[in-house]
Design a binder for this molecule. Structure first.
Ligand code: NAD
Ligand code: MG
Length: 386
């Protein structure tokens, strides 16, 4: 039995991971965490026989006090997920927390040299070399859960690095694919949340609409696979059937295909290095065609280029980019910022960011906090002039 801790268990990835566990064999859940959805967490804990829990929101955690649920050990507050990782023995940690909040648990997991299945791409965008350095130092192979990176991990498995010319990430293009800059001026949160091919949490859905998700994924790929930015390409592929490709120096192009269903990369990471029969249907190639591939529009979707520039500038810039993006996406979801204000906020915060790379978790956290303050100021300024 492989003992697994699932962080962010109540979210889109967490729920699908528990489905993989429930429909499969040889995996047992030994720890669960959430932000604040304690009702769901308790249901999950009971269904999977888990007693070790973590809840980030203190007030929400009061709902599972020892008086009410003596069977549970509940860690509460900021850092609760990281404490769960440190205190509970496990063979694998799946980090499916959303946003910068996932970094501390990633660091805790790597510090212990524990295998990590990583859905929380923001860990690598904010933490950059702190995370990849720790993984290298402790000899931990990070198993990507993001579908494109899971595909790349599988495609790169048998290749010499010198044979790889570039990595290609595919993007569905999100709900606004094909729209011009002018056609994005008045779009609202409901339009942005309606993703054509993937059903996901709110934050990553907004990131998919701005193409920042692909920008974050370019940075994620850089750190996961140690490939320079000029060797990471992005192509729009509306069908979402080809998840990623690898160009080789001899002209061969390897592609990874499958139905767009996150249970596939989740199961790959949970069972690695084994492969199991999945509950997901096989892709029927005859009904899948035609497959289209298009260039992204850099004028309408500026976030992609901002992310690439931040990547080239270094770890301070990618950390600030991530923080500003979280604040801006939140403000857009609350109706405090127009859609096209998102890249404007990020660009302004990047202009204010210094170059010195943060050296450890606390420096990354301090920089993230600083960038959030700046981003909130820019959001307020923009609202004032709206
Ligand atoms: P979600 O919003 O559906 O779920 C997020 C989970 O994190 C929930 O369990 C929530 O309770 C928890 N959480 C929220 N704030 C927290 C905090 N401050 N501290 C601790 N826990 C907190 O998000 P999701 O769509 O499942 O995405 C999770 C991660 O996986 C993200 O990094 C996302 O980019 C990545 N990812 C998601 C998908 C997808 O299809 N949903 C695909 C690829 C990558
Ligand atoms: Mg992805």
């Amino acid at each position: 039995m492989k003992r697994v801790i699932i962080l962010g268990a109540t979210g889109s990835i967490g729920l699908q991971a528990l489905e993989v566990v429930a429909t499969g064999r040889d995996l047992t859940v030994v720890g669960l965490s959430c932000g604040r959805q304690v009702k769901t967490l308790v249901e999950q804990a009971m269904a999977f026989g888990v007693t070790e829990l973590a809840v980030a929101d203190e007030a929400a955690a009061a709902g599972i006090s020892p008086g009410l649920f003596p069977e549970f050990t509940v860690r509460a507050g900021a850092g609760a997920a990281a404490r769960l990782v440190r205190e509970v023995e496990a063979d694998l940690v799946l980090n499916a927390i959303v946003g910068f909040a996932g970094l501390e648990a990633t660091v805790a997991c790597l510090e212990q040299g524990r295998p990590l299945a990583l859905a929380n791409k923001e860990s690598l965008v904010s933490g950059g070399r702190v995370v990849s350095g720790l993984a290298a130092q402790r000899g931990v192979d990070i198993l990507p859960v993001d579908s494109e990176h899971s595909a790349l991990y599988q495609l790169l498995g048998g290749e010499e690095r010198a044979a790889v010319r570039s990595l290609i990430l595919t993007a569905s293009g999100g709900p606004f694919r094909g729209r011009s800059l002018g056609q994005l001026r008045d779009v609202g949160p409901e339009d942005a949340l309606a993703h054509p091919t993937w059903s996901m949490g709110a934050k990553i859905s907004i990131d998919s609409a701005t193409l920042m998700n692909k920008g974050l994924e370019v940075i994620e790929a850089h750190h996961l696979f140690g490939v320079p930015y000029d060797q990471i390409e992005v192509v729009i592929h509306p069908q979402s059937l080809v998840h990623a490709l690898v160009r080789l120096v001899d002209g061969a192009l390897l592609a990874h295909l499958g139905v767009p269903d996150m249970r596939v990369p989740i199961a790959y990471a949970l069972y690695h290095p084994e492969r199991r029969v999945g509950a997901v249907p096989q892709l029927d190639l005859a009904s899948a065609s035609p497959l289209e591939f298009l260039e992204p529009d850099p004028a309408a979707f500026r976030c992609l280029e901002l992310a690439r520039q931040a990547g080239l500038a270094g770890d301070a810039a990618t950390c600030a980019l991530n923080a500003a993006n979280e604040v801006a996406a939140d403000a857009f979801l609350d109706g405090r910022l127009p859609f096209l204000g998102i890249p404007e906020v990020i660009e302004r915060v990047l202009e204010l960011t210094g170059q010195a790379s943060p050296a450890g978790y606390s420096e990354v956290a301090a920089l993230d906090a600083w960038a959030r303050v700046k981003a909130r100021e820019v959001v307020v300024e923009k609202a004032g002039f709206a």
